[in-house]
Design a protein around this ligand. Structure first.
Ligand code: NDP
Length: 405
């Protein structure tokens, strides 16, 4: 029997989640979309109705406020919340879930607004409270984190005894034709990539300068692109849950023009999250910059090309060395035609729907706070093929460290 779901956040990702849930009435029998700006929810609801014929309800909520959330949850009585607003709201929404007995799912780990630091420790601290309330919180059910964690769990289950060297590769080969824009929330995006890089090796973190390590990789469906080593949140949980990891790294591609703009933004101090005085009021430069940049949700119709995100693992099976590459390719224009959003939102929103589906159907329902790789990957992997993110696994002899810069 289907369940009622409450989606919070009406950006690019919320739009995709709303469409994908609406396409599955047997699982998501009722849908409410709530966000800070109700008109955005109403616009998405109208498009969902046009594309799928389904009615979804809409509501206003300030997800920074636990009392407002509690009021909404008590009124709507959802089985679960799919939180696709911003990482700043993870804890307030988890608090409201505990107060009202609602299950929880998100796509990005908590980040305090005033420190550019994302870690699982704040959300892992809710484990006992969720468990004793008989509630489940599924963390990071987007693509990366999300599908990349499930790819790793699937490789561990079916292909490897030890996963010695793990590299996650994220390429957005899309072109929106604008001089500078970010593909998801610019504030979160810029905070993520201007930090120092960090990877895991032999039981400890190794820090690099931002963009210090790079290689050019030939991505299927996109072509050769330069990718840079970044810290990414799934490493923190994956190194705890995979067998025999000796090194884990994350790579993301960026174009030259994008990096040049970022450098200028940084040199001007526009990426700062320290409030400054401006004409008698405090403003945060990065928030101001966000107001100037194109809304990522508006990039959909103009973005062409593909994303290619995957994982390369070098490890052993039955004492023999082996290497596998598992990946998905997603087309921006196809995503746009189906949901009115580009592929970066699509590749995040589809796994959010699939994670919620596993919870509703019971395949993944377990009280507590969990990361994606802690569940059986098979039903999720089958649903990726079914709901628009087909994957491939291939044998490879690629050695990333031997690739040119
Ligand atoms: P957007 O900025 O496009 O949308 C965010 C939405 O959240 C907006 O509708 C915004 O409302 C709403 N919102 C912000 N603050 C509040 C608040 N206090 N109360 C209620 N609503 C609020 O972001 P995206 O859709 O691109 O991304 C959504 C989430 O997905 C982010 O957390 C991002 O980090 C995550 N993500 C995860 C990925 C993954 O692979 N795991 C990849 C990409 C994104 P308003 O319109 O009023 O500003």
């Amino acid at each position: 029997m289907g369940k009622k779901v409450l989606i919070i956040g009406a950006g690019g990702v919320g739009r995709v989640v709303a469409h994908k849930c609406a396409q599955n009435p047997d699982v998501f029998s009722e849908i409410t979309l709530a966000s800070r700006t109700k008109s955005k929810c109403d616009r998405i609801a109208a498009e969902v109705k046009e594309r799928t014929g389904r009615e979804i309800a809409t509501a206003t909520v300030d997800a920074d406020s636990v009392p407002e959330l509690v009021q909404l949850f008590e009124r709507e009585k959802p089985f679960m919340v799919i939180h696709v607003a911003l990482p700043y709201q993870d804890l307030t929404i988890m608090d409201a879930c505990l107060e009202t007995g609602v299950h929880y799912l998100d796509t990005a780990n908590y980040e305090p607004r005033d420190v550019a630091k994302f870690e699982y420790k704040w959300q892992w601290a809710y484990r006992e409270r969720f468990e004793s309330a008989g509630l489940m919180a599924l963390l990071g059910s987007g693509f990366d984190p999300g599908v990349t964690n499930v790819f790793c769990a699937w490789l561990q289950k079916h292909e490897f005894d030890t996963m010695d060297f793990v590299d996650i590769l994220d390429c957005n080969g899309g072109d929106h034709g604008l001089p500078f824009a970010t593909n998801f929330n610019p504030e979160i995006n810029i905070r993520e990539i201007t930090q120092n890089g960090r990877y895991w090796e032999n039981g400890r973190w190794i820090e690099t300068k931002p963009m210090e390590m790079r290689h050019t990789f030939d991505f299927e469906g996109v072509g050769p692109r330069r990718m840079y080593l970044l810290y990414h949140e799934e490493i923190e949980s994956l190194v705890q849950h995979l067998n025999g990891v000796r090194r884990m790294r994350f790579w993301m591609t960026f174009g030259e023009s994008y990096l040049k703009h970022l450098e200028v933004i940084h040199n001007l101090g526009l990426d700062s999250i320290e409030p400054i005085d401006f004409k008698g009021r405090k403003i945060v430069p990065l928030e101001f910059l966000k107001a100037l940049l194109p809304d990522p949700a508006s990039l959909g119709p103009r973005t062409k090309g593909k994303t290619n995100i995957g994982v390369i693992v070098r490890g052993t099976k039955d004492g023999q060395p082996k290497t596998r590459y598992i990946y998905n390719i997603c087309d921006h224009q196809e995503a746009w035609r189906e949901t009115g959003a580009q592929a970066v939102s699509y590749t995040t929103g589809v796994p959010a729907m699939i994670g919620a589906k596993q919870m509703i159907e019971g395949a993944w329902m377990r009280p507590g706070v969990w990361n994606m790789e802690q569940f059986d990957p098979d039903p999720f992997m089958a649903d990726l093929n079914r709901y628009g993110l087909p994957w491939k696994v291939v044998e490879t002899d690629i050695d990333i460290d031997a690739l040119p810069e």
